[in-house]
Ligand binder design. Structure first.
Ligand code: AP5
Ligand code: MG
Length: 220
């Protein structure tokens, strides 16, 4: 059976993490979120976490080599498919990813980019009201609220505001995405491996559209 690899693209706050999680639950594929992996390293105060934190809190990209080491470790898991959230983000990362794929995957494995299209204006609105839990669960005060205020539905942990969800840091993250991340979509577009989704719809509706598109392509 060929493996399926879906790579989520989209600006900060577009809903990549939310949709990647729903898709992982639906398919059983493993989700690899470099942002989540970095945040776990930061919480554990590892050497890598201390280094990455300096970049992340300013809205800058963490060093490429640190990112690749996290991805390589995650790809050792056994799975029929992988969902990338937040990787690759630079030309260098895309090239490295293709090298990793050529070693880890077979020729008939299928790799698609999935772009969640959301305007900068919507991003700013969403991130201002995002709350997260250390377990990785993400909420929005209006669109996706927890059952009890300030408490995670899944683990009971205390919800908090992400360090990089400050207005000036959000503005910088958007700039970085438009400059470094978005141009990578050309590579997938040229190979007809780009799926575009309107990210300004209800969370459930977006998930259903993603599933429908993947079914059309016979990926699920
Ligand atoms: P990362 O964690 O990947 O952050 P990001 O790309 O900025 O994206 P976000 O996680 O902020 O948003 P999202 O698209 O996942 O949206 P979400 O589902 O949460 O990266 C953080 C940092 O780590 C980077 O800036 C960088 O420093 C570093 N890093 C990570 N990867 C790296 C790499 N490869 N190389 C170098 N550095 C790297 O949704 C947002 C909010 O909206 C939530 O509140 C959610 O509930 C809500 N929401 C979701 N969908 C909808 C909807 N349809 N309608 C209304 N609200 C919605
Ligand atoms: Mg995310």
């Amino acid at each position: 059976m060929p493996k399926i690899i879906i790579i989520f693209f989209g600006p900060p706050g577009s809903g990549k993490g939310t949709q990647a999680e729903l898709l992982a639950k639906f398919t059983g594929w493993k989700k690899i979120s470099t942002g989540d992996l970095f945040r776990a390293e930061i919480a554990a105060k590892t050497k890598l976490g201390v280094l990455a934190d300096k970049y992340i809190k300013r809205g800058q990209l963490a060093p490429d080599k640190a990112t690749i080491s996290l991805v390589e470790k995650s790809l050792k898991q056994k799975a029929s498919g992988f969902i990338f959230d937040g990787f690759p983000r630079t030309r260098w990362q895309l090239k490295e990813l293709l090298v990793i794929f050529s070693k880890a995957f077979k020729k008939n494995d299928r790799v698609y980019a999935l772009e969640v299209v959301v305007s900068d204006k919507e991003v700013k609105q969403r991130l201002g009201q995002r709350r997260v839990c250390a377990c990785g669960k993400v909420y929005h005060l209006a669109y996706n609220p927890p059952i009890d205020d300030g408490v995670c539905d899944i683990c009971g942990g205390k919800l908090f505001i992400r360090n990089d969800d400050k207005p000036q840091v959000i503005a910088h993250r958007l700039k970085v995405y438009h400059h470094d991340g978005e141009p990578l979509l050309d590579y997938f577009k040229k190979q007809s491996k780009l799926i575009k989704i309107n990210g300004e719809q209800a969370i459930k509706k977006i998930h259903e559209e993603i599933v429908e598109k993947l079914k059309e392509l016979r990926l699920i």
